[in-house]
Write a protein that binds this ligand. Structure first.
Ligand code: NAP
Length: 484
């Protein structure tokens, strides 16, 4: 196969990859491809289609600033509607001719001012810029449970749901109590013969009006008055600052929000069940779960909450540490993701043969979420320290993509042939992160969560949205090496 030459490659056509593609097009840069492993755009919204999938961020905020959608059907949109939105944005902004699906990048090696990229289908590319938008919640985590592979019935991870799976009338085991487990239990309960929710660590659950429809009149007014639509988005963006405030600072606002989560538990009438559902750490320490349905679902007759550890799986049952053997037809793994893999297992090799595994031997680290020392002309969207727990991810992806575009424009003007952040700048950034993470609830709340790296450091953004906007407004030349 011949090598294709392009100016930029974006890896991943999920939410962040689409934001990058739109920024490239707006900048008049059309010589790029977006390589997508899946068979459609949308990222998590393409891969996830389990029953009950809803976004717990209000729809009018969970959208791009450049593509406001006035007519969301619900205040909190369902997964399929969000996926349709992403596809529509990719089409409306002319990205589809740039997207190559079923094109998993397996290797990217830097040499002589550019990247040699290869896909699983052996297509080769040469590019000046490589931009990774591979997402955080991408690689399903399959639990290491003795005998799991011996189960005769379907074992399905929520991020690889089989749409042909019949769940009505079945005995279903759901393992995992994060946002996904809570949504899937709530959705399966009414049709299943029995749902058994295996919970290793209970989660605090905030009530939210997840099922409320948006009246049609609201959509048509917002559609006819774009200014009002813009105002609503800005208002929600400003208002969402409360989340960064609650999580990063110990104030009365955090106390109020935490107590709101604690009070919800009183909706569970049975004391023993309530005790099982009560976490031993502080609300907002893990990624906060929001649900309007779970506490109702878990109190139904056909639902059992099991907090005894799973010992093993047999061909038709799950055996817990107390020796109880419960029979099932289906096992659902709502066990989350390997969140710190980022672009791995790709063979990513930077300058002087530096592999990403070596660069990240002590965990994922970078410079301001978007650049890594030793990896010239390489940028990440939603890379290490992205604000998955506090700031709008669309805002973050758009901001980062505009930052990268500024750098690319300078390259195109001939100011340099290669750029990478200095080790000192990256170290300084990571020292600041470490210090700022100290008082956050993710650090002080007494929980384990997917926010933590293997060494216990927390892979999150410890500041607010305005600090982010400042840090990514314009590249600071003192923080970069330029090859001219
Ligand atoms: P998660 O929050 O990582 O939760 C995984 C669950 O599986 C935890 O309860 C974990 O228990 C449990 N688990 C893992 N391995 C286990 C094992 N071997 N045995 C028993 N239990 C095990 O994953 P998630 O629920 O898929 O959510 C991931 C993230 O996706 C969320 O935090 C959120 O950011 C995003 N999400 C968002 C939405 C939305 O509405 N916007 C919806 C779904 C997901 P431990 O807590 O004990 O480890």
């Amino acid at each position: 196969m011949t090598t294709k030459h392009v100016h930029a490659i974006v890896i991943g056509a999920g939410m962040a990859g689409i934001a990058m593609g739109v920024s490239l097009r707006k900048a008049g840069i059309n010589d790029f491809v977006i390589l997508e492993k899946g068979d459609d755009v949308g990222g998590v919204w393409h891969w996830n289609h389990y029953p009950g999938l809803t976004c717990d961020v209000p729809s009018h905020l969970y959208q791009y600033s450049f593509a406001p959608k006035p007519d969301w059907s619900r205040l909190f949109a369902t997964g399929p509607e969000i996926q349709r939105y992403h596809r529509a944005v990719a089409e409306d902004f002319g990205l589809m001719p740039h997207v190559e699906t079923n094109a998993e990048v397996v290797s990217a090696v830097y040499s002589d001012g550019g990247w040699d990229v290869e896909t699983a289908t052996s297509q080769k590319y040469r590019t000046d810029f490589l931009i990774s938008a591979t997402g955080v919640l991408h690689h399903p985590a399959i639990p290491d449970i003795d005998g799991l592979e011996s189960f005769d019935g379907p074992v399905v991870h929520t991020a690889r749901w089989d749409d042909d799976l019949v769940t009505d009338g079945k005995r279903i085991a759901v393992i995992g109590t994060g946002s996904t487990g809570v949504q899937v239990v709530s959705a399966l309960q009414s049709g299943a013969a029995q749902v058994t929710h295996f919970t290793r660590t209970p989660q605090w659950i905030l009530w939210g009006p997840m099922d409320v429809q948006q009246p049609k009149i609201v959509g048509s007014v917002l559609g006819r008055v774009p200014f009002a639509n813009k105002l609503l988005y800005r208002g929600l963006l400003e208002g969402s600052g409360i989340l960064a405030d609650i999580t990063t600072r110990k104030t009365w606002r955090r106390t109020v929000a935490q107590n709101a989560a604690r009070v919800q538990l009183l909706r569970v009438r049975n004391r023993q069940l309530r005790r099982k559902l009560t976490p031993d750490y502080e609300p907002f320490c893990k990624r906060q779960v929001v649900s309007g349905a779970y506490y109702t679902a878990v109190q139904q007759r056909n639902v059992e909450l099991v907090d005894t550890g799973i010992e093993r799986v047999t061909e038709n049952s799950i055996v817990t540490a107390d020796g109880r053997d419960r029979k099932f037809d289906i096992i659902v793994l709502a066990t989350g993701f390997q969140a710190h893999n980022y672009m791995r297992p790709m063979n990513l090799v930077g300058r002087d043969g530096l592999t990403i595994d070596d660069a990240w031997a002590k965990g994922p680290r970078g410079y301001r979420m978007t650049a890594i020392p030793g990896f010239p002309n390489f940028f990440t969207l939603l890379g290490p320290n992205s604000p998955t727990g506090s700031v709008s991810l669309q805002f973050t992806a758009e901001l980062t993509s505009r930052y990268i575009i500024q750098i690319m424009k300078r390259f195109r003007r001939g100011e340099f042939t290669a750029i990478e952040p200095t080790q000192e700048a990256a170290d300084e950034f990571n020292d600041e992160v470490r210090e700022a993470i100290g008082p956050t609830i993710w650090n002080t709340g007494g929980c384990n969560s997917w926010y933590q790296n293997e060494d216990g450091t927390i892979d999150l953004w410890p500041w607010d949205r305005k600090t982010m906007a400042k840090m990514l407004s314009t590249p600071d030349d003192r923080h970069y090496h330029f090859t001219r």
